[in-house]
Write a protein that binds this ligand. Structure first.
Ligand SMILES: [Zn+2]
Length: 306
């Protein structure tokens, strides 16, 4: 009987001991955690960059989602140019930026839905999202004289290609377009790459509100920073034209929970730009400029986090 009681007591003491050990372990970790977190925050490192080659060919067995084939020039397609540049960019980042990993959202001509692209970016815990595209101007509708009838000129509306667009353009995510931009889109002055637009997002949907709000608060500033750096490199180093930066509601940019920029590398329906975008020299220039911009961006954000 005595032994039984003693054993019970022993077990009880061991139990308390175990609880004490647990507590002390717990308190250790709970004291350690905030320290670690502060440490992590203070030494932010740009480790993973997501490179997104715009568009592609929708595979037969593609899962549901939004797909887009992209624009075409006279001899090439946007989806092939974007993939070639993205592959070169991945190699250059891993070669020139120590300790930085570059993840592609697609590696073949098969298209990947916008939803999946954003998912890949988030799953890989990207610190920066760079989407590669080519711009294109929509056809202009003009009135053309086609003949004469009873002494009067006869006109007809015809669509003519507009090859006047030239140079790069950076898009960052913005929920509201300015009236000027909306009018430009309405008047077909700039390509309304409507497949890419987040206009289908319901602004009253709580998920959309949280995502867009968080994006604006956390990532907009850094998105604008990287966009400006890339644009400046194109102009100052490569001597190219850039239309600068524009805010636009773009699905894939708002759903990637990280600073994001969409780089329109040039106008594929402009003969000079199409030549440049398809040339080795042109693609290398674009890639090197983006890498230089990322280097500056990396130093800036890592220093700010100190
Ligand atoms: Zn595009």
């Amino acid at each position: 009987m005595k032994n039984k009681i003693l054993n019970r007591l022993k077990r009880a003491i061991c139990g308390v001991g175990a609880i004490i050990v647990c507590f002390s372990l717990f308190s250790f970790t709970s004291v350690d955690h905030p320290k670690n977190d502060t440490l992590v925050n203070n030494s932010f490192k740009l480790r993973t960059i997501i490179i997104d080659a715009g568009h592609g060919v929708k595979p037969d067995n593609a899962p549901p989602g939004h797909y887009s084939r992209g624009a075409s020039g006279s001899f090439s397609s946007e989806r092939n140019v974007t993939l070639a540049i993205a592959l070169k960019l991945q190699k250059a980042i891993e070669k020139d930026l120590d300790g930085v990993n570059a993840v592609l959202t697609r590696t073949t001509e098969d298209d990947v839905s916008f939803e999946r692209r954003a998912q890949i970016a988030n799953e890989n815990k990207g610190n920066l999202f760079i989407s590669i595209h080519c711009n294109s101007l929509a056809d202009r509708v003009v009135r053309q004289r086609v003949g004469t009838r009873r002494g009067r000129a006869v006109y007809k509306s015809v669509r003519v290609p507009d090859r006047s667009g030239k140079g790069a353009l950076m898009l960052v995510y913005g929920l509201h377009r300015s009236r000027e931009e909306q009018n430009a889109i309405k008047n077909n002055k700039i390509e309304d790459d409507s497949d890419l637009n987040g206009d289908g997002l319901d602004p009253n949907d709580p998920v959309v509100i949280i995502l867009t709000d968080a994006y604006m608060r956390k990532f907009r500033k850094q998105s604008v920073k990287i966009a400006n750096l890339i644009s400046t490199e194109f102009v100052d180093t490569d001597g190219r034209r850039s239309e600068g930066l524009r805010e636009q509601g773009i699905y894939v940019l708002c759903h990637a929970a990280m600073p994001s920029v969409l780089v329109e590398t040039g106008y594929i329906n402009n003969p000079d730009d199409e030549e440049y975008l398809n040339s080795e020299a042109g693609q290398n220039e674009i890639v090197n400029s983006i890498v230089r911009a990322i280097k500056t961006y990396k130093t800036d954000v890592e220093q700010l986090a100190q």
